[in-house]
Design a protein around this ligand. Structure first.
Ligand SMILES: [Mn+2]
Length: 329
């Protein structure tokens, strides 16, 4: 699928003040593609602010080395501060739920809004969608936009965009990794992304809390349906006891599908304000996005998520039942 970038270039021609945002609990693709998009717009001479509903997880602080790029909605920036913004660029999401506390502000945003995304599920966000669900990452789409708009990719942009693609492909081992993925990242490495440095920043700056959380979650793993389903649950108390913070669980779910014979892996995480965040991974072709949509979520075929309003004791059996049914038992 190729995207016609004309709507974006016309907005750039017409307006000057942009705001870029991404989803709650931002991951490498969310933040990395934001770095790329802010760089693209600034090179076009635009006044840009990057405002997010969640704070930047410490793991990704290298994407904002001066701490001045990402602003936190509600604390470091208020809706009043944003009244001069003319265009809203939304990255890596297509659903209201993913906007968290910024949803109402987005709903009321008076100017044009554009969504650049690769997720399958889609709400009517009242936006122009620049979307390619076959793309491995939103970072890929921003890289393509930079190319289409004749923007030179700086080392900082390349670092963000490389991070985006590396994280959304599991560092190039998920099935969404294609020869074209490698060509794109080769281009980013030529533009100044340093693979060894980015890997070290992402993977060798663990906290003790994160490792303790990993250890506890792994030792509490359970299986179901003759070992075809593996799952674990993380409670608020687990965070307190281990000293981990919510972003520390970002890729924990991947361990569930690393067990031999497991088709579907689930991670249930109790949220600070109640409800359960569910992450789903599959290895046998089960459509995770379809499964997540049963619970009001979405995502991709091999990886998806949802937030359930139930307590843990209800959420786990409910989801297990749906997965068993989806696996045809
Ligand atoms: Mn993504």
């Amino acid at each position: 699928m190729s995207i016609d970038w004309t709507p974006l270039s016309s907005l750039i021609e017409t307006y000057n003040k942009f705001v870029v945002t991404t989803h709650v609990r931002p991951d490498g693709d969310a933040l990395g593609s934001s770095v790329g998009m802010v760089g693209l717009l600034r090179q076009k001479g635009k006044d840009v602010r990057a405002v997010n509903t969640s704070r930047t997880p410490p793991r990704y602080d290298y994407l904002d080395p001066t701490g001045t790029l990402f602003e936190h909605f509600g604390t470091t920036v208020t809706p009043e501060d944003l009244t001069d913004r003319q265009v809203l660029v939304i990255l890596d999401l297509s659903s209201w739920g993913q906007l968290g506390e910024m949803a109402d502000w987005v709903r009321a945003f008076p100017g044009p809004r554009v969504v650049i995304d690769h997720h399958v599920s889609q709400d009517d966000l009242g936006a122009t969608f620049l979307k390619d669900t076959s793309a491995e990452a939103t970072g890929t789409l921003v890289t393509r936009a930079a190319r289409a708009l004749n923007v030179e990719i700086t080392p900082a942009m390349a670092t963000g965009l490389f991070t985006a693609i590396a994280m959304d492909t599991g560092w190039f081992h998920h099935p969404n990794t294609t020869p074209q993925t490698l060509r794109t990242v080769a281009e980013l490495v030529e533009a100044g992304a340093k693979i060894d440095e980015i890997y070290r920043l992402l993977s060798e700056r663990n906290t003790l809390g994160r490792l303790k959380m990993m250890g506890e979650t792994l030792s509490s793993l359970k299986t179901d349906l003759d070992g075809r389903i593996a799952y674990a649950a993380v409670s608020r108390e687990d965070f307190e006891r281990t000293g981990a913070i919510p972003p520390d669980t970002e890729d924990l779910v991947d361990f569930t599908v690393s067990i031999r014979g497991v088709d579907v892996g689930l991670l249930f995480i109790e949220q600070p304000r109640g409800g359960i965040k569910l992450s789903v991974r599959s290895r046998n072709g089960l459509d995770c996005s379809k499964l997540a949509s049963v619970f009001g979520g979405g995502g991709h075929k091999a990886a998806a998520g949802a937030t359930l309003p139930d307590p843990m004791s209800d959420a786990v059996p409910k989801v297990l039942q749906a997965v068993r049914a989806a696996l045809g038992s």
